[in-house]
Design a protein around this ligand. Sequence first.
Ligand SMILES: [Mn+2]
Length: 387
Amino acid sequence: MAFRFLQVSDVHLGSRVNLRWLSQTQRDDVAECVSASFRAAMTLAREREVHAVLIPGDLFNDDGVGPNHVSWAVSCLRAIAPIPVFIAPGNHDPCWPGSPYHAGWAERYPEMAWPDNVHIFTRPHFETFTSPGGEFCITGIAHTRAGTMSERLIAGDIPRADAAARVLLFHGSREFEGAPGKEKTLPFTGAELERQGFDWAAIGHYHAAALIENANGEVIGGYSGCPQGRGLDECGEGVALVGTVEDGRVEIEPVPVSARRFWSLEIPVDGRGLPEVMEAVEAAASAAADEDLVYVKLTGRAPRELDFTFPQGFLSRLFAFHCDRSALMPDYDLDALAASDGLPGRFVRRIREMSAAGPARADLCEAAILMGLDAIHDRTVSFPDEN
Ligand SMILES: [Mn+2]
């Protein structure tokens, strides 16, 4: 019999969205989308009639998450009973006294107690749960303190029961070239994971979906990533993974569950005027759906007097659209200026000397030169955006 599961992690329920380029209403909406994505994943679990839901950590944004987010999670999981749910707390939502995963929680908030179909791993070492009929076993571990776990537990002995499908569940960092520059927790390599011999490893921590293959090119584990992006570092479709394990063979289907997607687009303006730039932006944003959030960064050199302000209503079909012009470089000939007499020349030379002497950052010095020249020439001084 095939074992069918749904995997979702790094939901970060209770996230606050503080992007400066969004209105408060838009920020609140994205925060609600985060909650909605979790419910969408659970609805999917019921529709696909999975045998288990796997949540490898960071369901909550932090262990002090508000009760309304806990009760949201509890009600979403209660709604899919009797499908069993397995949670392996992550570095953002460790299981420790006071956290919703800790034994004391149900005593303090009986109305927010986890339903019977939810199994939470609460210890900082691997333990195994086996389904009553032996169809599957889940071996999981909890983060139990704030911060990360540096132990290389995936390289050690991990217990595994006998079952038709054997699953490993944890929140950890796969080490590989090009790995996300995140704080490392429960670090492991693909080879270490492969040696453990599980059919599937459901892993959380990285926020982009990714599969891990063994030496034969067969998938042995993966990250679902965030089901709903919360900013420009989480662009694209958020998914849950629906998987089947049969006779040791694994098939994975990523299914979209995000309500909105972030897009980060860079458009070079070099030599182009407003109409052509508008056309380029529209073309680049054409793949975005109306409910999406699109952030466009204009790059390249342009005369300062060229105004790249888009007309009112431009791309208003989108839920959110922002154009960042702060990276546009004016067409000052800095070398010619630096060789010239007069105030602008002296100014450019002085800042360049400061930059060369260090420790000032070269990009800040460059920005200072451009802002200074704009000020000297009585032009509008634009400050670099922070998003
Ligand atoms: Mn994490």
